[in-house]
Design a protein around this ligand. Structure first.
Ligand SMILES: [Cu+2]
Length: 254
């Protein structure tokens, strides 16, 4: 069982419900006050209200209780997220500009595609090879930063076989939005078969995916260089044209 998903969803719904009630309440009160206390309906302002201790206590204590409830809901989920089951299998995740690299216990590696056994607790050791990234698997409601020079961690239990999205949730440069991957959850037997053998096809696949990523970055790099070179002559031109223009301007009136 993966308790994280339920805890995160529960606290999200709880906070959303409170926000919705407050939004409706504040809007309704505002509309009521606009008409009830308008200048038209009250030509002479009522100055008899000086304050209300009961009201002040109420509008301090009620929000305090709500905020504390939100904190406890959030903390329950956070505690679960940081509390890794001791039997969890470990996968090392490295964020690189701009793809995800995975390393399993037996040194088997893969890029972009993360294979995991169904119904197993998995602990991820999160690292970065260059800049800050954030390993985000929306379906499992988990997201943690990958920071250079530091090992962070998170865990989840992949309860249902299937394919789920991996995203980078920390802006990390030009191809950040292409830094996508997939978690592929398969029955344990299938996973053990996959993890125990290093297939040529897999290395070809990863090399290909890397190539395509490299091509992308290279093309972006060249466009960057191009824009830089185009920028430079433009600057020069603008420098050149301004004196000309100023000369023209000087000439024209003459
Ligand atoms: Cu990123």
């Amino acid at each position: 069982m993966n308790p994280i998903v339920e805890l995160v969803d529960d606290s999200f719904i709880f906070i959303m419900a409170i926000s919705a009630v407050l939004l409706i309440g504040v809007t309704a009160a505002m509309i009521y006050f606009v008409f009830r206390y308008s200048e038209k309906n009250n030509p002479k302002p009522d100055q008899s209200i000086t304050g209300s201790t009961t009201l002040e206590i109420l509008w301090t204590v009620i929000p305090l209780i709500l905020v504390l409830a939100m904190f406890f809901y959030g903390y329950a989920g956070f505690k679960e997220m940081r509390n890794v089951p001791p039997d969890a299998m470990v996968v090392k995740v490295t964020g690189k500009m701009w793809f995800w690299h995975f390393e399993y216990d037996n040194k088997r590696t893969s890029d972009t595609l993360l294979y995991l056994p169904e119904g197993k607790n998995v602990k991820f050791l999160l690292e970065s090879a260059d800049v800050n990234h954030s390993f985000y698997v929306p379906a499992f409601r988990v997201k943690e930063d990958c920071v250079p020079g530091r090992t962070n961690y998170m865990w989840f239990n992949a309860t249902k076989a299937g394919t789920y999205d991996i995203e980078c949730a920390e802006y990390c440069g030009m191809n950040h939005s292409y830094m996508l991957g997939k978690v592929i959850i398969v029955p344990e037997k299938e996973f053990l078969e996959w993890v125990s053998k290093v297939e040529k096809t897999d290395t070809v696949k990863t090399a290909d995916s890397l190539k395509s990523i490299n091509i992308k970055t290279d093309s972006l790099k060249t466009t960057q260089v191009k824009t830089d070179t185009t920028k430079a002559p433009v600057k020069k031109d603008s420098v050149k044209t301004t004196p000309k223009d100023s000369l023209d301007r000087v000439k024209k009136p003459k």
